[in-house]
Design a protein around this ligand. Structure first.
Ligand SMILES: *[C@@H]1O[C@H](CO)[C@@H](O)[C@H](O)[C@H]1NC(C)=O
Ligand SMILES: *[C@@H]1O[C@H](CO)[C@@H](O)[C@H](O)[C@H]1NC(C)=O
Length: 342
């Protein structure tokens, strides 16, 4: 019980610090604020509003990409670690811009290309048209973990957006089961906004993962057969969390560990239950850990500083920099997806 009150105290203290960082990154910064659900007295001014607005309604795409027939397709879902600011009602991915809109590499959490940009444009194994539904602050289901702002498009919203737009394989987006990759990197906010709660955290991870894989099942039912998953990185080692108590860090680390173990089992069970499925797992937790344990080997000053310089692993206090994302994109493109068409 005392753990709960300690957590609430540190969360209130932490919020202004998070917000203080947001203007540094210009046009786009969607926050993943831990604990926003429990800090009702704290207002969260969004100094850099989402350029893609706040509507949750999806309408059919109207633009026509060129050379679509030669491309392979990538449908990505996630949070600020993956967001590029794509709006399905704007121009779709095309030969001049493989992410459709906004201009490549899009609006990432810390500026510059994130791993999605690097996989799409640098470490791609073919021409990829990337439909990136990822949305900053996303949780799996807003009814399970409240996002920092009600307008955030959850994984549930993102999958619904896909299902109501290009899932039907319109002429503008001629994807097939064999040329399309589906990917999900989610959980940072689900855990960041809930790890300190009372109750059985392991059972709650099961609840989260059931909701998660009900959505993956919908993607399979729509024709998806190739799935890339990423587990939850060690956000307990983010500068935001390093400013908190060792107990808070250890607790979050343990919740992440349990979630990731269960995620791996869920992926196996999903593949076993659905014929024709091919799954890939990018162990983001392992890659972050490897780099953070030996930052200078990767050109980073240390594991704890953050900023916009090229020798920073962290671009701000809760998100890796574009320089770190380059390593992630390289691993995904050249190792996890090696020998695939993506
Ligand atoms: C996408 O852009 C349209 C038109 O500008 C806007 O109405 C809509 O709200 C945007 N959608 C999202 C999800 O931001
Ligand atoms: C990778 O993507 C870029 C940008 O769309 C494209 O120009 C390039 O041809 C692609 N690489 C391969 C191997 O197809």
């Amino acid at each position: 019980m005392s753990r709960v009150s300690i957590s609430l105290t540190f969360l209130v203290g932490v919020l202004p610090y998070v917000l203080a960082q947001s203007p540094l990154y210009g046009q786009w910064y969607s926050q993943c604020i831990p604990g926003s659900a429990t800090t009702s007295s704290t207002t969260v001014p969004i100094t850099v509003p989402s350029p893609t607005s706040t509507s949750k309604t999806s309408t059919a795409p109207t633009s026509t990409p060129t050379s679509a027939s030669k491309a392979n397709y990538w449908f990505n879902f996630g949070d600020s670690y993956s967001q590029t600011g794509f709006n399905i009602t704007g121009p779709l991915p095309n030969s001049a811009n493989p992410i459709g809109n906004p201009d490549f590499p899009g609006w990432s959490a810390t500026g510059g290309a994130n791993w999605v940009g690097y996989v799409t444009g640098t470490y791609n194994n073919s021409l990829l048209y990337t439909y990136n539904y990822a949305y900053g602050g996303a949780t799996i289901d807003a009814n399970l973990v409240t996002p920092y702002e009600p307008t955030v498009l959850s994984l549930t919203d993102q999958v619904n957006q896909f299902l109501t737009t290009v899932a039907s394989k319109p002429a503008t987006t001629p994807w097939t089961s064999s040329n399309a990759l589906f990917s999900v990197w989610i959980g940072v906010n689900d855990i960041g906004n809930s790890y300190y709660n009372s109750g059985d955290r392991s059972a709650f991870s099961d609840t989260l993962l059931s909701a998660y894989f009900a959505l993956v099942q919908k993607l399979y039912n729509a024709g998806g057969r190739n799935f890339l998953f990423a587990n939850v990185p060690p956000i307990d080692r983010s500068p935001l969390m390093l400013a908190q108590s060792a107990d808070a860090q250890a607790l979050e680390k343990s919740v992440i560990g349990t979630f990731n173990t269960k995620l791996a089992a869920k992926i196996s069970a999903f593949a076993a239950a659905n014929t024709g499925t091919k799954t890939f797992l990018w162990d983001s937790n392992a890659q972050f850990t490897t780099i953070l344990n030996a930052p200078t080997s990767y050109g980073f000053q240390d594991a704890t500083s953050f900023g916009s310089a090229a020798n920073m692993f962290w671009g701000n206090n809760y998100h890796p920099s574009t320089y770190a994302n380059k390593f992630f994109g390289q691993t995904v493109g050249q190792t996890v997806l090696a020998k695939t068409i993506w």
